[in-house]
Design a protein around this ligand. Structure first.
Ligand code: UN1
Length: 478
């Protein structure tokens, strides 16, 4: 049975049926999914528009209960949904379940936020007048999500969108429609009125482009690559549509001489290689001061070499496959260019064969890299990282900031002086002191600077900055 799109409360067959392939075992078809046409995407936008007037002023108790029910079902089914997620995306089961739990918690958080959204009342500078500042829903929002967090990222866009009274047209990544469909099915059964939430699976150049170019959409929230993000923004801005973009990273992890070696190595392993390095928050540039450099390289190389790479659903796997052949080719291309430019491979880097045919690659760690190498300039989005040796903290900070991106920046140090300085001067949206650059909390702002992000922050209470518009009312008694 193909999985259809949800448009105006009905499950609708799309223009083509597409197989969802398991990257751990390419003979395993996770399911078939209907990809929507441009006309169906327009139908979904129209349905959302029609549903907006009633939904935007609807009862907040009903809305809160609905979001709470969605969260409850996700949490109750976290094992099964986590398994589906790992099967279609390739992250190990524990990570798949963890991500599902995170999605459930996000819906619970925003269920609470529905009841907490108040305004401000301030005196006017003119006598006898009062001023009230309130938030109103933005309108119809188009949500475009990537394949690497196929349930958590949809959750952190859909939950606040609905909580603050918006209507949604949701376009998940082509490679991972399974988790998105399962989430849409839960939302559809939660009591949401027809048209308030719509699912349009499909291709970026069909569904995504239709959303981005639509004059009937009030906001686009996009997470994905920098190239696509820029195109989406350009199209949206042509219609004066509000845009929020979360794009790539080239996140630095600084290791100072005074760091605890074990802490530094463990957090580096997690940051760079878990989730197969397929996180925009992944650390991919290790910037290491002289005094600890050699010990760090040896210890991290050993840990990387020992990582168990395999099928996402088998018990002891730590690193699953790369998501598809195209991404695998890209990883090898970056590893190849690093080697050509003189970097020294100290662990991994080869194609791996396993019992099933999947896109397996041994995580690759390069030492003796320089800041100008392609590996250290461009986002790879795979398990490939480089180490740069530096003299001191000052050089480390300068290199950490020498990037067009600015999502996360990490430092491992036992010095309060350097930790505090780095926290203040790292040009990134999120700074991590002795914790991994990736793997963030779900209830606090998420986002970056420079080429990594554009527009308001996501997650936590700050999500309201994108999903609402502010009204200032001046009131005189009569
Ligand atoms: C995390 O590191 O916990 O696409 C989340 C990404 C990010 C999410 C990272 N938007 O990788």
């Amino acid at each position: 049975m193909p999985h259809h799109n949800l448009i105006d409360g009905e499950w609708v067959a799309g223009g083509e049926q597409v197989a969802n392939i398991n990257p751990s075992d390419t003979s395993d078809v996770v399911g078939t999914y209907s990809f929507a046409t441009a006309a169906q995407t327009q139908d979904a936008i129209a349905a959302a528009r029609a549903a907006f007037p009633a939904w935007s002023v609807g009862n907040i108790q009903t809305r809160a209960e609905m979001l709470d029910r969605i969260g409850t079902e996700i949490l109750a089914r976290s094992r099964e949904l986590g398994q589906l997620l790992s099967r279609e995306e390739g992250k190990p089961l524990a990570e798949g379940i963890g991500e599902t739990v995170r999605a459930g918690n996000i819906f619970k958080f925003f269920a609470g936020e529905v009841l907490r959204s108040g305004g401000e009342s301030v005196p006017s500078v003119r006598p006898g007048i009062s001023v009230e500042i309130t938030r109103e829903p933005l309108g119809v929002v188009g949500l475009i999500t990537p394949w690497n967090f196929p349930i958590a990222i949809p959750a952190w866009k859909i939950a606040p969108a609905l909580a603050y009274g918006n209507c949604v047209v949701f376009k998940p990544a082509e490679l991972t429609p399974g988790s998105a469909w399962a989430l849409a099915d839960i939302i559809a059964r939660s009591g949401v009125p027809a048209g308030v939430f719509n699912l349009v699976m499909g291709r970026g150049d069909v569904v995504g482009a239709t959303l981005a170019a639509s004059p009937d959409i009030d906001g686009i929230s996009f997470t994905g690559s920098q190239g696509v993000g820029r195109r989406v923004a350009a199209q949206a801005v042509a219609n004066m549509t509000k845009v929020q973009l979360e794009m790539g990273g080239k996140n630095p992890q600084v290791i100072l001489d005074d760091a605890d070696l074990e802490t530094a190595v463990t957090l580096s392993l997690q940051s760079a290689f878990f989730s197969t390095g397929q996180r925009c928050t992944a650390a991919s540039r290790f910037i290491v001061t002289n005094g600890i450099h050699d010990r760090f390289v040896t210890a991290l190389a050993q840990r990387v070499q020992a990582l168990r790479v395999g099928h996402a659903l088998t018990g002891d796997t730590e690193i699953g496959p790369v998501v598809d052949q195209r991404q695998l080719d890209k990883n090898f291309e970056y590893a190849g260019s690093a080697a050509e430019e003189g970097a020294r491979l100290v662990a991994g880097g080869q194609r791996l064969e396993r019992a099933t045919h999947g896109f397996f690659m041994a995580p690759a760690l390069f030492a003796d890299t320089t800041p100008s190498m392609r590996l250290n300039r461009e986002e790879v989005f795979g398990p490939v990282a480089g180490i740069i040796r530096v003299r001191d903290y000052e050089e480390a900070l300068a290199l950490a900031n020498d990037t067009p991106f600015g999502l996360t920046a990490g430092i491992a140090t036992t010095s309060l002086k350097y930790a505090s300085h780095f926290r203040r001067h790292a040009q990134a949206g999120m700074v991590m002191v002795n914790v991994p650059t990736a793997g963030v909390d779900y209830h606090v702002p998420f986002g970056g600077r420079k080429g990594s992000s554009y527009g308001a922050r996501e997650q936590g209470r700050h999500a309201a900055d994108f999903y609402t518009t502010i009204k200032t009312a001046y009131i005189a008694p009569y």
